[in-house]
Design a protein around this ligand. Structure first.
Ligand code: BG6
Length: 495
């Protein structure tokens, strides 16, 4: 067993803060129910939800049932009654200490009573509630004994506020008990990146500046504000998507081989990449905001219209990053993400270099007109989970006018390769790891802080240089400046 799991206990109580919120309804309750249906939850596990609303247990179960019917396919629900039977609810105003003792009684756990299992806490609340919640947990003894805590993003809005949150959590929990969530790490294909890189012999020898020309990471969404006006407008694409999900993807692509598949080894390697990120220079970022347009043939309003006011928040960002280390010397990483783009797609493109010498073209061989294209590896994360390797192949024919070549894809559609398995919600994996105590897919404090330091520098640059927003029509691939950002280097975004 890897070292990090050795000290693990399996929690027999799960305490959900923000239990009536959007994430709980759309993701957490469905994930827990699906785990229950697959027999993956310990039979003794009890789940206590808490939030401000005054609900009885029965009312909370009704809310949960409705959420499951809405967000979990019927064939994954199993016995819903059995799952709902695990749930109870305790109303709480987390801003005051009152109520925390009652909560501890409700959980049946005062002063670290760990006769069986232990407690896993999941905070899915506004970051402003993190500190008071931790104070309340301490006050009622809920931080003692076998306890661990999962924290949902956003963990602050910049390095300073993230440090404050991290300090507050650290005052009550050891780092080994803190599980910072980046739900992208719970996605199967993101984990598959590690398998692809480190379980195959053919990629690693080529995975460096000598053989890779550049890397592209795209996270495109078709949705707009989705009713999250208050949160999103104070955040923007850089902090909502790049600071966490995209930098985690970049770190997994760029990291050195870890010595084990365990939390310490993997996070040690990721943080080295995050610390090696070069400060982005002026001219290497593009900020955009969508105006009215159409997505899949449907007219959609502009950001200002959705917001009902003007705003300087970016809904799109493209940037060129560099990892300043030996392996990645001179290799650009192009990142782009945005709302209201033409399709929902998350993918990583690794563009290899051309072969050093082509035997198929040149003066010595006048008939040969075959131009070589460099190999390309496209890792599709969503909506399709697939891996495509573009290789040069000879086109069939007798070649009287010279050999003809074409790039052809070698395609692996993961669902076809693994029929009989179902696609899981990222939170299924993360909640189970939280309950069982495996930190491998959670973000360590030094990683989060390195991510913030890099992102803060970009925001400082935007302020210092008064970098203005560029508009793009909803349903397009962002402002034309984003295309120019790559094309200046002779690179086209993969579409
Ligand atoms: C969240 C962001 O972290 O990730 C949202 O706050 C975004 O703005 C979401 O829509 C995207 O997640 P996914 O799993 O749908 O790609």
């Amino acid at each position: 067993m890897p070292q990090d799991r050795a000290a693990a206990f399996v929690a027999d109580r799960l305490l959900l803060f923000g239990a009536t919120g959007d994430l709980a309804r759309r993701m957490l309750l469905p994930s827990l129910c699906a785990l229950n249906a697959d027999g993956l939850l310990d039979k003794n596990l009890r789940i206590v939800g808490t939030a401000r609303s005054q609900l009885s247990d029965a009312e909370y179960r009704d809310l949960a049932r409705e959420a499951l019917e809405q967000h979990l396919p019927a064939d994954r629900r199993g016995s819903m009654d059995a799952f709902l039977g695990r749930l109870s609810y305790q109303p709480l105003d987390a801003t005051t200490l009152e109520g925390f003792e009652e909560l501890a009684d409700r959980i049946g756990r005062r002063g670290g009573d760990d006769a069986s299992g232990g407690l896993a806490i999941f905070l899915s609340t506004a970051p402003a509630l993190f500190e008071p919640t931790i104070r309340g947990l301490r006050h009622s003894g809920l931080t003692e004994g076998n306890v661990r805590i999962g924290l949902e993003k956003p963990l602050g809005t910049d390095l300073a506020s993230s440090e404050e949150i991290n300090d507050a959590v650290a005052s009550a929990f050891e780092e080994s008990a803190i599980f910072r969530i980046d739900h992208y790490l719970g996605k199967e294909t993101v984990q598959n990146l590690l398998a692809l890189r480190f379980a195959n012999i053919m990629f690693e020898p080529l995975w460096n500046a000598a053989h890779i020309d550049h890397v592209q990471i795209t996270v495109a969404e078709t949705v707009g504000l989705e009713g999250r006006v208050g949160f999103y407008d104070g955040t923007g694409a850089l902090r909502d998507m790049v600071q966490n999900h995209m930098l985690q993807l970049l770190a997994l692509v760029a990291m050195e081989p870890p010595i084990h598949f365990d939390a310490t080894a993997i996070r040690d390697e990721k943080v080295k990449v995050l610390r090696a990120l070069r400060q982005v220079a002026a001219g290497q970022t593009v900020r955009g905001q969508y105006t009215a347009g159409a997505i899949e043939g449907q007219a959609v309003p502009g950001y200002d219209d959705e917001l009902e006011g003007e705003s300087d928040t970016e809904t799109f960002i493209a940037l060129k990053a560099h990892v300043d280390n030996w392996r990645w010397k001179g290799v650009p990483f192009y990142l782009r993400t945005g709302k209201r783009l033409p399709e929902r797609v998350t993918e990583i493109v690794v563009q290899f270099r051309c072969v050093p010498h082509s035997i198929f073209e040149g003066d010595h061989n006048p008939k040969a007109g075959a131009r070589l294209q460099p190999n390309r590896l496209v890792i599709g994360i969503q909506p399709e989970e697939n891996i495509q390797l573009c290789l040069m192949a000879k086109m069939p024919g007798l070649d009287r006018d010279g050999i003809r070549l074409r790039s052809v894809p070698l395609d692996i559609a993961m669902p076809d390769a693994f029929t009989g398995t179902h696609r899981r919600i990222a939170y299924e994996r993360l909640l189970l790891d939280l309950i069982e105590g495996d930190q491998t897919l959670f973000v360590r404090r030094d990683e989060v802080e390195a991510q913030w330091a890099w992102v803060d520098a970009i925001r400082a640059l935007w302020n210092a240089e008064s970098i203005r927003l560029k508009n793009y029509t909803a349903g397009s691939w962002g402002p034309s400046a984003a295309i120019a950002l790559a094309e200046r280097d002779g690179v086209s975004w993969h579409e």
